[in-house]
Ligand binder design. Structure first.
Ligand SMILES: NC(=O)C1=CN([C@@H]2O[C@H](COP(=O)(O)OP(=O)(O)OC[C@H]3O[C@@H](n4cnc5c(N)ncnc54)[C@H](OP(=O)(O)O)[C@@H]3O)[C@@H](O)[C@H]2O)C=CC1
Ligand SMILES: O=C1O[C@H](COP(=O)(O)O)[C@@H](O)[C@H](O)[C@H]1O
Length: 512
């Protein structure tokens, strides 16, 4: 296990939702599991005027996200955790000088012996990333500006850019003040245990990797379905859409792990090098006809689920009532390299689907010669299903003989659930990623060139959709598996695998 050095973690945007919802609960779990170094301090920073005690109340004692923990643990235990938290007010805006912040950091560093090791976590709107980095530099708080003895790391939240151009600008802005190896771009899917397991499944078993290519794989299907709508994030989401929000980041990261070649070792650098090569080999769609044939967008419309009316996307708070922003995105694409030539990849992501599930399905080719003729024609390929969430696990579907006369073949399941491996809870993604940042491991963070390669693939689709000519936005009733014609995109592979029940019997079909 890596060791965690004494350090001070500064969270910008400490009064915000992510800090309370994810970061502090993740820190609490690390603390409970004994992962804090001997000397560890958290300094929250934002414009809101709060004292240290106000901040502790807000994110620990009265936090709706730590309710159970505060109730069930003894007071001393919780107090010790809360006492690692401090707060400093940044004044009116994140552009003003940070002399107060710098002073507080230095005082805490001396008092709590955090060895001059600072991690800066930016949980703010991305427009503030460069100004914050510059201010840290101006205050002598970065390696380049202060002759620091300890380490300096900067963690930034998604979204990382809005397009290839803006992602490049963000990268260049941060790289003026921090070296690439000091920059940690969060993609919380990389912190999920089963996403990491994609590499282990492939590269530590001799039964999968020899088959992991165009000779044996017919197609690859990835589904990311959520039951929730846009909730309180309508304002952000309406400018973003499913392709930017999920596909460019989380789903292309998963694709890179499926497509990549084996790294020569498991170091961050070698893994990132292979992932970049994989992302660069995705065939960028440039022709309008191809973009038309291989992409599909949809938007959820009102429906009734279990007798309760569910709002349509256009009725959500912060959403333009005439919005054409997609809450459903599906893309078919190819990978231009030796391993994957002519193997189609089908990837979809959507909100307001019947069930929450993220899974990768590797569909193997059927055997060249069919010895047993009476196999169900739609169900004769082997499938490897990697369930990323929920019920993390791996399922192999393979043919077995039905007992009795003759050779009737049926699919059987070889099922593995992650939960059967250990009694310990699987670490939450933020917990894992924070611990990695605290330990200086960038493996599960996205590197600049990875992010840019993903945007380079997505940009032409976004541009084509933005033109709004020959592009339909298909409506689908909330609680269904997307537009009624969604199987058109994947008809050459017998349609999508829809695991789970339909919540509603409405099956509307419309173009909106
Ligand atoms: N919440 C979530 O579940 C997720 C969030 N993220 C990302 O994390 C980051 C923070 O998100 P979240 O906590 O939800 O956002 P919030 O709006 O809840 O918090 C943003 C924080 O930034 C500060 N801030 C400073 N300037 C501005 C400004 N001009 N506009 C808005 N806020 C400002 C606010 O504090 P103050 O006003 O006191 O300065 C606040 O603490 C964003 O980049 C978001 O995309 C990513 C994935 C999930
Ligand atoms: O980054 C995001 O992810 C969530 C889904 O995350 P999950 O871990 O619950 O699968 C998504 O709802 C949100 O829109 C997106 O910004």
């Amino acid at each position: 296990m890596n060791s965690t050095s004494n350090q001070l973690l500064v969270i910008f945007g400490a009064s915000g939702d992510l800090t309370a919802r994810k970061l502090i609960p993740a820190l609490y779990n690390l603390y409970s599991d004994g992962h804090f170094p001997e000397n560890f301090v958290v300094l929250g920073a934002s414009r809101s005027n709060l004292s240290d005690e106000d901040f502790r109340k807000r994110v620990v004692y009265e936090s709706e996200f730590l309710k159970e923990e505060v109730k069930s643990k003894d007071k001393e235990f919780i107090k010790k955790f809360a006492d690692t938290m401090f707060y400093t007010d940044l004044g009116d805006d994140y552009d003003s000088e940070y002399s107060g912040l710098a002073k507080r950091i230095k005082e805490l560093n001396t008092e709590y012996k955090t060895d001059d090791n600072f991690t800066f976590y930016l949980s703010t709107p991305p427009s503030l990333y460069e100004p914050i980095a510059k201010n840290l530099y101006d205050q002598g708080l970065t390696k380049g500006s202060g002759g620091a003895k300890g380490f300096r790391r900067i963690v930034v939240e998604k979204p990382f850019g809005y397009s290839l151009e803006t992602a490049k600008e963000l990268n260049a802005g941060l790289q003026k003040y921090f070296k690439e190896r000091q920059i940690y771009r969060i993609d919380h899917y990389l912190g999920k245990e089963t996403v990491q397991n994609l590499m282990v499944t492939r590269f530590s078993n001799s039964i999968f990797e020899p088959l992991w290519n165009r000779n044996y794989i017919h197609h690859v299907e990835i589904t990311n379905a959520e039951t929730v709508g846009v909730e309180k994030r309508g304002g952000y989401y309406d400018k973003s859409g499913a392709l930017r929000d999920m596909f460019q980041s989380h789903l292309l990261q998963i694709v890179s792990l499926i497509v990549m070649e084996p790294p020569i070792n498991a170091t961050a650098e070698e893994i990132h090098n292979e992932k970049v090569k994989a992302l660069k080999s995705l065939r960028i769609m440039r022709e309008e006809q191809e973009l038309f044939d291989h992409t599909m967008k949809g938007q959820y419309i009102a429906s009734s689920i279990n007798g309760k009316r569910v709002k349509g996307y256009r009725e959500e708070e912060g959403v333009d009532p005439e919005s054409k922003t997609e809450t459903y995105a599906a893309v078919k694409f190819f990978v231009d390299n030796w391993r994957w030539k002519d193997v189609p990849f089908y990837v979809r992501t959507a909100k307001r689907m019947p069930t929450k599930v993220t899974e990768v399905v590797i569909h193997f080719k059927t055997p060249h010669h069919q010895v047993f003729k009476n196999q169900d024609i739609n169900n004769k390929d082997n499938k490897l299903i990697i369930r990323i969430q929920p019920d993390e696990g791996i399922l192999i579907k393979f043919g077995v003989k039905v007992p009795g006369q003759g050779f009737k073949v049926e699919r059987a399941n070889l099922d593995f659930y992650y939960s059967s491996l250990s009694d310990n809870n699987i670490m939450d993604a933020y917990e894992r990623l924070l611990l990695d940042a605290m330990q200086g491991d960038t493996t599960l963070y996205a590197r600049a060139d990875e992010v840019e390669a993903a945007w380079a693939f997505v940009d032409p689709i976004l541009e084509y959709w933005a033109k709004d000519v020959n592009v339909n936005t298909y409506g689908y009733p909330a609680g269904t598996w997307g537009p009624k014609n969604s199987d058109d995109l994947i008809e050459d592979a017998n349609g999508w695998r829809n695991p789970g029940e339909l919540l509603t019997d409405e099956t509307g079909y419309c173009i909106i």
